[in-house]
Design a protein. Structure first.
Length: 134
């Protein structure tokens, strides 16, 4: 079973990375690792943005959002994974300015909302990065 899940993860990743000319590294748990020059946060960010775009496109192309169980359907199709990625991203310390920018884009829903200065995870990390005590 372990081999199948690794093989499945690798096969799923091949089309995306083949276009980039990169061969993915895969952990024993089947998790596809980012290329060496890309941080884990950026890899998660790319997947997050892909899902956000897919959810928006799906919502615009279907009448599913009019259904009584629309929220449940969208959660199952997109938002459960989106929220899991957000949680994972925010739990990883930034290593580059790009990591922080990716987190900021996610934390503010692409600039649509503002995170709370006192309690927002992104602002706590920003204060820590610049040595500011709360």
């Amino acid at each position: 079973v372990l081999f199948r899940s690794n093989r499945r993860a690798l096969l799923k990743a091949i089309p995306a990375v083949a276009a980039a000319g990169v061969v993915p590294a895969v952990t024993l748990s089947g998790e596809v690792l980012p290329p060496e020059d890309e941080t884990r946060i950026i890899a998660l960010f790319r997947r997050h943005q892909e899902l956000v775009d897919q959810a928006a496109a799906y919502g615009n192309e279907t009448l599913i959002l009019d259904a009584p169980d629309a929220e449940e359907i969208m959660d199952r199709m997109f938002y459960n994974e989106i929220f899991a990625i957000e949680e994972k991203m925010m739990s990883i310390p930034c290593k580059t300015p790009g990591d922080f920018a990716a987190k900021m884009i996610v934390a503010t829903s692409r600039g649509e909302v503002s995170s709370d200065w006192e309690e927002g995870e992104i602002w706590a990390e920003a204060r820590a990065l610049v040595g500011m005590m709360t």
